[in-house]
Design a protein around this ligand. Structure first.
Ligand SMILES: [Zn+2]
Length: 325
C-alpha cells in the first residue's frame, strides 16, 4: 500500500442485516469516517437532494460540499446524471464476472476506466475532508464491492455482514416507510420469506466468492451486538488499524448491556438510525422469534440452512437433530 492510498472499509451483505447500526458504530472509531451508502450518492444525494445524516440536504451539507470541491473542483463540475448512467452501465451483479476478467466485456472498458477514476477521486476526497484514515462505505451491494477492488489508490477491506436469515426474512415481511421520502409510494418493497431467503443466499454467496479472491472478514451482526468490543477489535485488525486507549471511548459498559455514544455522521442513505445522536442502547431485535410464523421459519431454514451453518448459526444443527428424533 502506498502513502497515497485511501483505506475503504466496505460493509457488504443482504439488506436488513443491520448495516446502518454497524456503520454508525464503526464511524465512532478514531480515524474512521462513516459516509453511508455511497452507491446512492448520485441519485438520492445529489439529484434528489435527500438528507445527509447531519440533517441537511446532501447538496447543501458543508461536508459534502467540501468533498465535491476537493474531488472535482465542485459538484457543478461533474454531471450527476451522467455518473448515474455510467454507474448503471457498470455496477450490476450481472457484470461481476467481467469485473474479475475484463476481457469478457471489452466494450465496457472505457466506461469502467472513467467510473473507477471518478470513484478514486471521490473516496480519497472523503478521507481528506474527514481527516480519516479509514472511510466506511455501507453500500452493501456485491457488485460495488467487486468494482471497488479495481479503483486506483483505494485499499479495500471488506466486512461481510451476515444476520440470521430468519430475522432478515421477518424484517422483509414488514411494511417499512422509506426514510426522507414523502408521498404514497414511499414504502420499501415487501418480500415473502421464500423470496428473501433465496436473495439472502444469492447475496451471501457473492460475498463468499469475493472472499475467495481477497481476504474478507465475516461478521455476524448478533455477535457484534453481544460483544461489541471483541467485534471491533477484529475489525480494527482487519482494517490494519491499532487498538489504542481511545479506541473504545464511545462504548458504554453498564451492567444491563452495551451502549454506544453516537456523534454526527455525514452519511448518504440508510435507515433512520443514521440521524440518531447521543446514547444508543445496543439491543438485538429478536421480534422474529415470536412474530415469524412457524411455517415461514421452516421455509427460510429449508432454503438457507447450508449457509446458516457455514456462518455459525448452530440452531440449524439442533433443529436437524430434533427432526430426526
Ligand atoms: Zn452532512
Amino acid at each position: 500500500m502506498s502513502g497515497l492510498d485511501q483505506t475503504v472499509l466496505y460493509i457488504g451483505g443482504f439488506g436488513r442485516s443491520g448495516s446502518t447500526l454497524v456503520e454508525r458504530i464503526l464511524g465512532q472509531l478514531p480515524g474512521f469516517c462513516s459516509a453511508g451508502e455511497i452507491v446512492f450518492l448520485w441519485q438520492r444525494g445529489l439529484i434528489d437532494g435527500q438528507l445527509c445524516g447531519c440533517g441537511t440536504p446532501v447538496p447543501e451539507c458543508d461536508f459534502w460540499t467540501r468533498v465535491g470541491k476537493t474531488a472535482f473542483g465542485g459538484w457543478d463540475q461533474i454531471d450527476a446524471h451522467e455518473m448515474l448512467a455510467l454507474q448503471k452501465r457498470i455496477d450490476r451483479n450481472r457484470y461481476i464476472p467481467s469485473m474479475v476478467a475484463p476481457r469478457l466485456r471489452p466494450q465496457a472498458e472505457a466506461d469502467f476506466e472513467r467510473y473507477t477514476e471518478v470513484l478514486s477521486r471521490l473516496y480519497r476526497a472523503i478521507g481528506e475532508v474527514a481527516g480519516a484514515r479509514v472511510v466506511i462505505d455501507a453500500s452493501k451491494h456485491a457488485s460495488t464491492a467487486f468494482l471497488l477492488r479495481k479503483v486506483p489508490n483505494v485499499d479495500l477491506k471488506v466486512v461481510h455482514l451476515v444476520r440470521d436469515s430468519r430475522g432478515v426474512a421477518y424484517s422483509w415481511t414488514k411494511e417499512v416507510r422509506k426514510p426522507e421520502v414523502t408521498g404514497d409510494d414511499a414504502f420499501m418493497p415487501v418480500y415473502s420469506p421464500s423470496s428473501s431467503g433465496r436473495q439472502w443466499v444469492a447475496y451471501n454467496l457473492l460475498f463468499d466468492a469475493l472472499g475467495v479472491l481477497d481476504r474478507t472478514m465475516l461478521l455476524r451482526y448478533e455477535a457484534l451486538l453481544e460483544n461489541p468490543r471483541q467485534g471491533l477489535e477484529r475489525i480494527l485488525a482487519h482494517a490494519g488499524e491499532p487498538v489504542t486507549d481511545e479506541s473504545f471511548a464511545f462504548l458504554g459498559s453498564d451492567a444491563e448491556g452495551g451502549s454506544v455514544n453516537l456523534g454526527v455522521d455525514h452519511t448518504v442513505a440508510g435507515n433512520p438510525m443514521r440521524f440518531h445522536q447521543g446514547r444508543l442502547d445496543l439491543r438485538l431485535d429478536q421480534a422474529w422469534t415470536s412474530k415469524l410464523p412457524e411455517r415461514d421459519r421452516k421455509v427460510v431454514t429449508a432454503i438457507t440452512w447450508p449457509l446458516q451453518l457455514r456462518y455459525g448459526y448452530s440452531h440449524v444443527r439442533k433443529a436437524q437433530r430434533n427432526s430426526h428424533v
